[in-house]
Design a protein around this ligand. Structure first.
Ligand code: ZN
Length: 361
């Protein structure tokens, strides 16, 4: 069944020009379509928001959500915030059934988290010895949508602090294997020590990245390595510190230090030219639907409003291979009644959303 043709008028971002845009057969066109229904007038038209670090299938408290109604609810909560695409940064649940649901955000998957034995949240990751990592990376690369997710560091209970999960040679073999399979690689890191091997081996992105130093930021900028800071998650570091304080006081002080410097790290990365993208880390400990909070947090850390907005829209879309408001592109657009560049609070109130060429809100 073909959807009715649509007409939208407004300021098209990021270009900032007032235009008339039509939607025919699910795609944008700037050629007038006779008989199209006008669904937006005099708004601001933003390429659908992207949550670049999200976990669909993980509920609060680490509960796995395997059934369609539960998965739909998470995806619809993200969509209500204007998110029309997510990069799923690792899920223990097979969410392929959602690809048949045309009203849900597009999902770009990274397969399962890959972690060293007993060095991550129980039952979330596939746990592997270093010599098994590259082979499993190939499996996940074939299962995912162009991404593989490594856990780069986590608390080492023997050390009592954050520590790398993998030796450098295992990391290098894993990243090379993913690239051979045509997949990009990202890694969870909170601390600093895991980063030199990951960045030096040509990893494509770092998640959280609170331990980035000026030197590592310079290397990322030179290589084009991205970072997804997940500041709405980092805001919880003091709680992680308090929970670990008694048994792991060194870890607790590390987490407090990383929390204190997180905003400055994001600012330094952006200023150095490292691509910074907006991701909430929804699922597990963070509620879905918080992309507006993450965009505001990036702005408060020092990104100009337009850069913070682009980090969750046009810049992120280009990075993930999604098009924007262009002739012939799939019609995914969020409409606001005020200019989000002038005030990010308007992001909480999309007045219209079109996804795959259909009005969904
Ligand atoms: Zn995550």
């Amino acid at each position: 069944m073909t959807a009715p043709s649509l007409h939208l008028a407004g300021v098209v971002l990021p270009e900032g020009e007032h235009r008339d845009v039509w939607v025919r057969d699910g795609r944008f066109t700037f050629e007038p379509v006779p008989g199209a229904e006008t669904v937006a007038r005099d708004g601001w038209l933003l390429p659908g928001l992207v949550d670049a670090h999200c976990h669909i299938g993980l509920g609060l408290g680490g509960v796995h959500v395997p059934d369609l109604p539960g998965l739909r609810e998470q995806a619809l909560t993200d969509r209500a915030a204007g998110v029309l695409a997510v990069r799923d940064c690792g899920s223990p649940v097979d969410t392929r059934m959602l690809d048949d649901e045309p009203d849900l955000p597009r999902i770009i998957r990274a397969g399962r988290h890959l972690a060293a034995p007993r060095r991550y949240i129980p039952e979330l990751a596939i746990e592997l010895e270093p010599e098994q990592l590259a082979d499993e990376v190939r499996v996940q690369a074939r299962r995912g949508d162009g991404w593989v997710k490594l856990v780069g560091d986590w608390i080492d209970r023997g050390v009592g602090d954050l520590a790398p999960e993998w030796p450098a040679d295992a990391v290098a073999a894993a990243i090379a294997a993913a690239h051979e399979e045509g997949a990009r690689v990202t890694a969870h890191t909170f601390g600093t020590d895991a980063l030199p091997a990951l960045i030096g081996a040509g990893i494509d992105c770092i998640e959280h990245g609170t331990g980035l130093t000026e030197e590592l930021i310079g290397e990322m900028a030179a290589r084009g390595t991205a970072v997804v800071p997940t500041l709405v998650n980092v805001a919880h570091f003091p709680q992680f510190a308090a929970a670990g304080e008694k048994r792991f006081p060194t870890y607790a002080s590390t987490m407090r230090r990383l929390h204190a410097s997180a905003g400055a790290v994001v600012r330094a990365a952006h200023d150095a030219g490292v691509p910074v993208f907006a991701g909430t880390d929804a699922g597990g400990g963070i509620a879905h639907g918080l992309i507006g909070d993450e965009i505001r947090a990036l702005h408060e850390a020092g990104l100009p409003a337009e850069a913070a907005l682009g980090a969750a829209s046009w810049t992120a879309r280009a990075w993930l291979g999604l098009s924007c408001i262009e002739e012939g592109a799939p019609a995914d657009v969020v409409v606001y009644d005020a200019d989000p560049r002038a005030g990010l609070d308007v992001l909480a109130r999309p007045v219209r959303m079109v996804l795959r060429g259909r009005v969904v809100a």
